[in-house]
Ligand binder design. Structure first.
Ligand code: DAH
Length: 341
């Protein structure tokens, strides 16, 4: 029997190698391992082998059966195109692609959240309002005269006569005061829209954060202290701030707030346009007409408000020269902020 096994091993593998089609492979499988196949018949003949030789022969035969089965499967694979060559060229030990697709916050979101954190530290809470806003809240309730140029269709995206995309976060002030009685200390961050042509410093959508503090006896000194505390915490330096007189319909008096340029420390450089100062927000004391629109009693409360462009603050802090970079979502730009913010 031993010789028969050896002969079947060499002949069998020759026949398998010679099989040229899947049908050939199947024919060889039947001839060798089928119910009446040569290997099967040998296995049946095992019972006639001398009892002493039977275990050795048995295991030899079984190995032959398994080996021929393997050869048949491999030949089958080779012929079907899913060649073993492919399987072997897949190298499991090669280093994988690093999992860089793990998401992070967009730098604008990180900046927005860290600004909010500073105000939480000063006791502010946070509110929100709709991006699709009534003209009433965006303008009228904020004391914009009917003929104010900001209402012009050039600047505002109107949905219809009474509805627009908010051009500022200030309308949330009124919505909030309609619902909440003072004392109030709240920030309202969010996205705003203006019909602007995009360039390095303009975008049709950008982010603002509004602040509102209302109570009895709130003064301009409270505003100044709040702004200074924010600048110190956010920019991490003791840069002084200054108020410049300005005009906003919803505050009186109104100011623009500058901080001393943290790049040149006030000496004048390219970042601050040689002035030594950087404008960071608009602010002022809440106009009595705004309190009136909110339904507050006359002369009871005073308050301050401010509005800051988050994009501008982020650009100043991280030296980003073009606002469009914040909206293009180019990963080469965004990945620079990974782990930094
Ligand atoms: N809403 C103003 C803007 O978009 C910014 C602003 C100025 C907000 C003064 C205020 C404020 O709350 O008091 O230009």
């Amino acid at each position: 029997m031993k010789e028969t096994i050896d002969r079947l091993r060499s002949e069998g593998s020759e026949r398998i190698k010679a099989a040229a089609t899947a049908a050939d492979v199947e024919a060889v499988r039947v001839a060798l391992l089928g119910r009446k196949g040569e290997v099967t018949l040998l296995l049946r003949a095992l019972k006639d082998v001398a009892a002493d030789d039977r275990p050795a022969m048995g295991s030899e035969l079984n190995r032959l059966k398994v080996d021929l089965g393997d050869l048949l499967s491999v030949r089958d694979l080779e012929l079907s195109g899913g060649s073993r060559g492919d399987a072997e060229s897949f190298d499991l030990t090669l280093p994988g692609t690093s999992p860089s697709a793990v998401g992070t916050n967009h730098p604008l979101v990180s900046v927005l959240e860290s600004i909010c954190d500073i105000f939480y530290g000063m006791g502010f809470s946070r509110g929100d309002g709709p991006e699709v806003e009534l003209d009433y809240y965006n303008f009228t309730a904020l004391n914009f005269p009917d003929d104010h140029p900001a209402r012009d269709i050039q600047d505002t995206f109107y949905i219809d006569k009474k509805v627009c995309l908010r051009t500022q976060t200030s309308p949330v002030q009124v919505r909030y005061m309609e619902r909440i009685e003072p004392p109030i200390a709240c920030v309202f961050p969010g996205r705003v829209y203006r019909n602007e042509t995009a360039d390095a410093s303009h975008s049709a959508e950008f982010f603002q954060i509004e602040g509102l503090v209302v109570d009895e006896n709130i003064s301009m000194a409270d505003l100044k202290n709040t702004v200074d505390t924010f600048v110190k915490n956010f920019f991490g330096a003791d840069e002084p701030t200054r108020f410049r007189p300005h005009y906003f319909p919803f505050t009186e008096p109104s100011v623009e707030v500058d901080m001393q340029c943290m790049v040149c420390r006030g000496k004048g450089c390219g970042v601050c346009g040689q002035t030594g100062w950087l404008e960071i927000m608009g602010a002022g004391m809440v106009h009595p007409n705004v309190f009136k629109a909110a339904g507050y009693p006359e002369d009871k409360y005073t308050g301050f408000a401010f509005g800051m462009g988050i994009d501008r603050i982020a650009m100043l802090k991280y030296g980003v020269g073009d606002i469009r970079l914040l909206y293009e979502n180019d990963l080469r730009f965004l990945n620079q902020f990974r782990g930094v913010l």
